[in-house]
Structures are given as structure tokens and as C-alpha cells.
Design a protein around this ligand. Structure first.
Ligand code: NAP
Length: 478
């Protein structure tokens, strides 16, 4: 079956690609293996030079790259531009910080020398989703390549042009041939790639189903895996919160990326005392969102990425309503041939309804009324997911309890959850395991090699990979 790039705003076919044949795939694996042997010895200064050039290219080519993103998966063009610029920022972060993160750590043990040295693992397979088709890939590739690993990308089938564009950027930035290759393959071909003994590890960002299948195989093969899966993040609002700000951010947090973000707030858990006020203002805010052509600058919400996604979302909304949820606004598909869905608010989805425990991947919010903070925490944790949480309160004792008791990978107080290259990103429970970004993310695909040198005459270890070369600012060296 061909891999098709379809514009979700109008259903038109943009491009069609044949998946790689087994022979073409074999050649790419051989090239990756060859590249790793060379690339692992390339000094860090040279890698940083390429990484900075990559950042500069992302900045220079933002408009074209953002257009490709919007046309393939439907996010508003202004959001696509921000995504490309964030990729430049993560490249610069790792170019600036890799030497610190990769530096050997001396640990006094009574021996002459003892230390931990960080070695790359080899070829890492990245199985990625379409929702942030650049950012998800770059937050893997920037630390992986700075560490001396080599990447193979199996991107989501609906964003092949993004996949090709990223491979081209990496190559043009000066990274050696084969350091990062896009594999235009179908999901069913992943098993064979991961099964190849040259693949050292795998990272998956996507649904539970994909994570489960790939991690099961990785476990069987005893290969390292990192899983960044779904989320149904709570957004808790307590009486002491600044309600104006909380409502404004709540709408933004639900609708960001057309509602298709793993860390979008999806369940709004509001204290009884302020619930009615929050509900009416939140519904009004959702109704003000401008849904339409993602290429237009004033669009807030574009089409959902595929026909299947909009159909699944519609079915979930209908199921929740028939189980007893109140529909406060929206609930229907809109605007003809594109995959548009109305910003929707459901209140009181019953716990017995499966949708209560599912992720809603589109602009659909669930509201819950709670009696106090304990009740809020209980509802927030009553989910199979554990990605992140946003909580709004100015009461310090409530803040402490929320930070301690919420079961998730990140808690943001009086702020919207967002990823940041400097901070670890990832989840617990069925949101996955492992971390991306920061030092923690880079070390997921490194071997923490313990070295003990007992002999007092042993030469001190000098890790020449970490020598930094002097270099010019690549923004001026295209
Ligand atoms: P998906 O259907 O799981 O697809 C993700 C990737 O996995 C695609 O490349 C897909 O390929 C591949 N894939 C799917 N099933 C597979 C299988 N059985 N074996 C091997 N590969 C398989 O997820 P999605 O719909 O693209 O993305 C949405 C999900 O990702 C949401 O649940 C969202 O919350 C989650 N997500 C999580 C994070 C995070 O950081 N935690 C970030 C973004 C998104 P094909 O496209 O060819 O099927």
C-alpha cells in the first residue's frame, strides 16, 4: 500500500510514495551501521558545528517547512512556524550543553581512578507520530546525534514529506551520510527493522497500541526502549486561582495543536465553589475559537489530521452523551470536505463510560465538578495515563499537596504544561517510560560505562571525543 500525503483541510492527495522495498531497507541499515562506525569517533566540536548549522537552516527555511507541516497535518501555519523554531532551539541547546552532559564523572571509591564515561549505543530507531511532525523528531535527533548515536526515522504514514524534509536538513547541515535516515515504511515493517541485530534501541512516540507492540518486541530482544505515549492530562482549578487567567489558559491548553497534543489539558477538574463561573466562561471561550483554513493567520483550530481521527472523536463524543454526559457546546463535524470538528465541551461524563478513561485527541474537553482538593486529586489520578498536570491555586499548602500527590511526569502550577529542552519530559503509568530532553533524555541512549583503574601507574583517561573545535558561527556559513 502506498504512503499518501493528504491535505486534511480538503482531502486532496498531495503526494504518494511507495514504501521501501526489503532490499532498499537493507541498504539503509548497512549505511547506518557504516555511519555509526565513523560518526562515533567524530569530535563533539564538529557535531556541534553541524547541529548549529541545522538550527540556522531551520530558521532560514521556516516558512517552507511550516507550509509542509500545515499542508500535511493541518495545524495552523503560525503554530507550524513556532514548531520549526522550537526545533532550532533544541538543536542549539544540545550543541551548547552536550559537552557538559557527556563529560565523564569522577566518583571517589578509594581506587586510583573511578569514573562513569558516557558512550553512544549505536543505531536508534525512532517511531514517531504526526501531531508535531518536526518537534517530536528533533527532540530525539538533537541529543541522539550530539551523543554520537545514529538515527533511523519511521515517521507516521500521513507525514512523509515532513520525514523527507528532515532527512534532507540533517544531510545539508553537514552530518555524515547515513547519520540520520528517513525510512518510508509502513507500521508492519517496523518489526523487521527492530529485529535487525544492528539496531541498538528504539524510541516510540505515539499511541498505547504502537508502544505496547514495539516495547514487547524490544523487551523480547533485550533492546532499550523509551515510550512517550498518550495522555489525558488534568487541569485543576481551585477557588484561590486567578479565574480570568485560568479560563484563558484552559481554552488554549485544550485547543493547542487543534487539540491533538499529548500534553494538552483534556480533563478540567474544578472546585464546586467556582465551578459554575468557570463552566460558563470556559464554554464561551471555546465558542470563540476560530475554526477554519489552517493557512490563514487568524485561524485558531484547523482540521484534524486524518479522516479516521475525526470519525473516532465524533464516536467518542456520541458515546459520552448517550452514557449521560451533558453537551455544553459543539459535538459535530463541520465545514464539508475537511476533517473539521467543533470545539466541544462535555460535563459530567460518567465514570462508567469508557470515554471517561480515554484520551480525546481533538478539541473536546471534559469538565468535572469536585468538592475539595482531595476530591480533585482523586479525579485527576483516576486515569490510566500519567503524563502531566496543570493546577491552578495560590494557596501554598494546596500547591505542596498537588506537587506531591499528582501521579504524572510533570506538574505545572498556575501555568500551561509545555515541553522545554532544559527539562525532562515523559510520563508514568500507561503514558510510557523513560525521558526525553535535558540531560536525562540524552542519557537514555547512552551506555553509562563504569571505569575503575586500580593501578596507581595507569594513565589518566582522556576522552578526546569531547574536545571542542573552534568554529565560526554557522548562521554565516551556509
Ligand atoms: P500511532 O498511531 O501510534 O502512530 C505513531 C507511530 O507508530 C506512527 O509512525 C505509526 O505508523 C507507528 N505505529 C503504529 N502502530 C504500530 C505498530 N503496531 N508497530 C509499529 N509501528 C506502529 O499514534 P498517532 O495517532 O500517530 O499519535 C497520536 C498518539 O501519540 C496520541 O495518543 C498522543 O497522545 C501520542 N503522543 C504522545 C506524545 C508524548 O510525548 N507522550 C507526544 C505526541 C503524541 P503509521 O503511521 O504507519 O501507522
Amino acid at each position: 500500500m502506498a504512503i499518501e500525503s493528504i491535505n486534511p483541510a480538503n482531502g486532496k492527495l498531495l503526494r504518494r510514495f511507495d514504501p521501501l522495498t526489503d532490499e532498499a531497507l537493507r541498504q539503509k541499515l548497512a549505511l547506518a551501521e557504516e555511519a555509526f562506525q565513523v560518526y562515533a569517533t567524530v569530535p563533539l566540536g564538529h557535531r556541534a558545528l553541524c547541529m548549529r548549522k541545522l538550527a540556522a537552516m531551520l530558521e532560514h527555511e521556516t516558512e517552507d517547512l511550516a507550509t509542509t507541516i500545515t499542508q500535511e497535518m493541518g495545524k495552523p501555519l503560525h503554530a507550524a512556524r513556532q514548531e520549526v523554531l522550537k526545533c532550532a532551539a533544541v538543536c542549539r541547546y544540545y550543541a551548547d550543553n552536550a559537552a557538559r552532559i557527556l563529560a565523564s564523572e569522577a566518583i571517589p571509591t578509594g581506587q586510583n581512578h573511578s569514573y562513569v564515561r558516557w558512550d553512544p549505543l549505536g543505531i536508534v530507531l525512532a517511531v514517531m507520530p504526526w501531531n508535531f511532525p518536526f518537534w517530536q523528531v528533533f527532540r530525539f535527533l538533537a541529543p541522539a546525534l550530539m551523543a554520537g548515536n545514529v538515527g533511523l526515522l519511521k515517521h507516521a504514514s500521513n507525514v512523509p514529506q515532513c520525514s523527507i524534509a528532515i532527512e534532507s536538513l540533517v544531510r545539508r547541515a553537514g552530518f555524515p551520510r547515513g547519520t540520520f535516515q528517513a525510512l518510508l515504511i509502513q507500521a508492519k515493517q517496523v518489526e523487521a527493522v527492530l529485529g535487525d541485530e544492528r539496531i541498538a534501541a528504539v524510541t516510540v512516540t505515539g499511541s498505547e497500541a504502537a508502544g505496547r507492540a514495539i516495547a514487547a518486541q524490544a523487551g523480547w530482544l533485550i533492546k532499550k526502549s523509551v515510550l512517550e505515549l498518550g495522555g489525558s492530562d488534568p487541569f485543576i482549578v481551585m477557588p484561590s486561582a486567578d479565574l480570568d487567567e485560568a479560563v484563558e489558559v484552559a481554552v488554549q491548553a485544550r485547543c493547542i495543536n487543534n487539540g491533538q497534543s499529548c500534553i494538552a489539558a483534556k480533563r478540567f477538574i474544578v472546585a464546586d465553589e467556582i465551578y459554575d463561573d468557570f463552566e460558563s466562561r470556559f464554554v464561551a471561550g471555546m465558542e470563540k475559537m476560530r475554526v477554519g483554513d489552517p493557512m490563514k493567520e487568524n485561524t485558531d483550530i484547523g482540521p484534524l489530521a486524518t479522516r479516521v481521527i475525526v470519525e473516532e472523536l465524533e464516536a467518542q463524543v456520541k458515546k459520552a452523551i448517550s452514557a449521560g454526559a451533558r453537551l455544553l457546546t459543539g459535538g459535530e463535524r463541520m465545514l464539508g470536505s475537511g476533517n473539521y470538528f467543533e470545539p466541544t465541551v462535555l460535563a459530567g461524563v460518567p465514570r462508567s463510560c469508557p470515554v471517561y478513561r480515554e484520551e480525546l485527541f481533538g478539541p473536546v474537553a471534559m469538565l468535572f465538578r469536585v468538592s475539595d482538593l482531595s476530591h480533585a486529586i482523586q479525579v485527576a489520578n483516576d486515569t490510566p495515563f500519567g503524563l502531566s498536570a496543570s493546577a491552578w491555586t495560590r494557596d501554598p499548602s494546596e500547591q505542596h499537596r498537588l506537587v506531591a500527590k499528582l501521579q504524572c511526569g510533570a506538574v505545572f502550577l498556575n501555568a500551561m504544561v509545555a515541553s522545554d529542552p532544559r527539562l525532562p519530559f515523559g510520563g508514568i503509568k500507561r503514558s510510557g517510560y523513560g525521558r526525553e530532553l535535558s540531560a536525562a533524555g540524552m542519557r537514555e541512549f547512552l551506555n553509562a560505562k563504569t571505569v575503575v583503574i586500580a593501578s596507581p601507574t595507569a594513565p589518566p583517561d582522556h576522552d578526546d571525543r569531547l574536545d571542542l573545535l573552534p568554529f565560526a558561527d554557522p548562521r554565516h556559513s551556509d
